[in-house]
Write a protein that binds this ligand. Structure first.
Ligand code: NAP
Ligand code: HSE
Length: 440
């Protein structure tokens, strides 16, 4: 019998995700090894603070505070970059790829910012870059797009891509819980980024949308080319208004391709979804993605989108792919071989051309004629009102006005907002949300 191949794995980063990988790979190693026909050796891990107490223990000799030592260690074939950030993480990733190693990454910010350079470096030096954990936690959406749906072109992909935000929105909606205490809980549970603004301001969702857009359309879209809005201005009252109108509110990434115009649109914003929409009913840390392919039709994916276990599951699936690749050679490994679709001259659609129905919340002086003035500004910009809800605002002498519109576009709404801000009767910054008339 031939001797089993031993693969040495290094984890750069031993925080929430790194410890999850170590824990679950150690527990399930024997079964995985027998399925893969290799020996998997968790060889080294790096941290910033060697003295920090960690729930998952590992031999002291395995621990270093130098991630580049792992990337450059000739005995290590598989490097998992689980640190986060885009500076040292980039150096570690590129160093390991230049040695022809397999790099496994959960770092969507890095991929969005430096994906083109990373892929080119992998190709030039015979390295491989796997990133299943970078989008939607434990849901195998990268594999679905690259492998299972490879026959298709994708007119629309949309969904919830951030577990922290969905957890916060769900707690606010169902428990009327205050935003800040729910955010603190999401951090305690290991869902949030080290810099939580990446989650709540929409950037993390935008990084993931960029990765999906590249996989589906072959185009790297940067966050400054997208509309990116977060969840921090949504209040419990917005959930009540939305429910009255028959909607839930979710932070969505929406990637649409108009094949006739050859235009791509990528955007991230809180969206009112009809209560009957499956994704409107996905709660807590769960993510959900609807992928419409021109051949298959619409397919749906749901599962835990953040946290130690779900993310470790995705990283370990990449380790299994790396093992298959290293054992059987390049040709045996589909994921590494299938390229993204060619760009084919596809351009980004101007954001102001996006069409939608809208939800507009205004705090206004509770005086005669105010509603008429608001309506006249909207009419001036050809924005047609579909419904109005008026309720008392928290401030004395003020009212909350919630208007929904018929189909309009960003250009008209931006002009409307500009003029409404200038009205003396409008007391604070208006909140504008888009309504997603998606099925399912
Ligand atoms: P984390 O808990 O903050 O862990 C980061 C690890 O990297 C820690 O061990 C930290 O060392 C180490 N590290 C960070 N900066 C370093 C530096 N400059 N030099 C050396 N070591 C450094 O983060 P995480 O939640 O595991 O996330 C890791 C990556 O996975 C990020 O890219 C994140 O976006 C991604 N991700 C996270 C999740 C999730 O649910 N948490 C899900 C999907 C993807 P110390 O422990 O000593 O501080
Ligand atoms: N902070 C991210 C989230 C981690 O909450 O979705 C998973 O990528």
């Amino acid at each position: 019998m031939s001797e089993s191949l031993t693969l040495n794995i290094g984890l750069c980063g031993f925080g929430t995700v790194g410890q999850g990988v170590w824990k679950h790979l150690s527990a399930n190693r024997a079964e995985l090894e027998s399925r893969l026909g290799v020996t998997l050796n968790l060889a080294r891990a790096s941290v910033r603070d060697l003295k920090k107490k960690r729930p998952v223990k590992l031999p002291a000799r395995a621990l270093t505070d130098d991630p580049l030592a792992i990337a450059n260690d000739p005995s290590i074939q598989i490097v998992c970059e689980l640190m986060g950030g885009t500076t040292l993480a980039r150096e570690v990733t590129l160093a390991a790829l230049r040695h022809g190693k397999v790099v496994i990454s959960a770092n969507k910010a890095l991929i969005c910012e430096h994906g083109a350079e990373i892929m080119a470096t992998a190709q030039k030096h015979g390295g491989h870059f796997f990133f299943e954990a970078s989008v939607a936690g434990g849901i195998p959406i990268i594999k679905a797009l690259r492998e299972g749906l490879v026959a298709n072109r994708f007119p629309r992909i949309y969904g919830i891509l951030n577990g922290t935000c969905n957890y916060i929105l769900t707690q606010m909606e169902e428990q009327d819980a205050p935003y800040l205490s729910v955010l603190a809980e999401a951090k305690r549970l290991g869902y949030a980024e080290a810099d939580e603004a990446l989650d709540v301001d929409g950037w993390d969702t935008a990084h993931k949308a960029s990765v999906l857009a590249w996989l589906a359309h072959g185009l790297w879209v940067k966050t400054d080319q997208m509309i990116v809005e977060g969840i921090s201005r949504i209040t419990p009252a917005d959930f009540k208004n939305a429910a009255t109108l028959g909607f839930g509110i979710k932070l969505l990434a929406i990637i649409t391709r108009d094949f006739a115009k050859n235009e791509l649109s990528v955007r991230v914003h809180p969206t009112l979804l009809p209560e009957g929409n499956v994704i409107a009913n996905v709660s807590g840390v769960f993510n959900a993605i609807s992928v419409t392919g021109d051949i298959v039709g619409t397919t749906l994916y749901s599962g835990r989108g953040a946290g130690q276990d779900a993310t470790a599951s995705a990283v370990i699936s990449d380790i299994a792919d790396a093992a298959a690749l290293l054992r059987h050679g390049k040709g045996a490994h589909l994921l590494g071989e299938v390229r993204t679709p060619p760009r084919n001259g596809c351009k980004l659609a101007p954001p102001e051309s996006i069409r939608s129905r809208y939800y507009l919340r205004l705090t206004v002086k509770d005086q005669p004629g105010v509603l008429a003035r608001v309506a006249s500004v909207m009419a001036k910009h050809n924005v047609s009102i579909a419904s109005v809800i008026q309720s008392p605002a928290d401030v004395a002498g003020a009212a909350s006005l919630v208007l929904t519109t018929h189909d309009s576009n960003e250009r008209s709404m931006n002009k409307t907002l500009k003029q409404l801000r200038a009205l003396g009767a409008v007391l604070d910054e208006p909140l504008l949300l888009r309504i997603g008339d998606f099925e399912p």
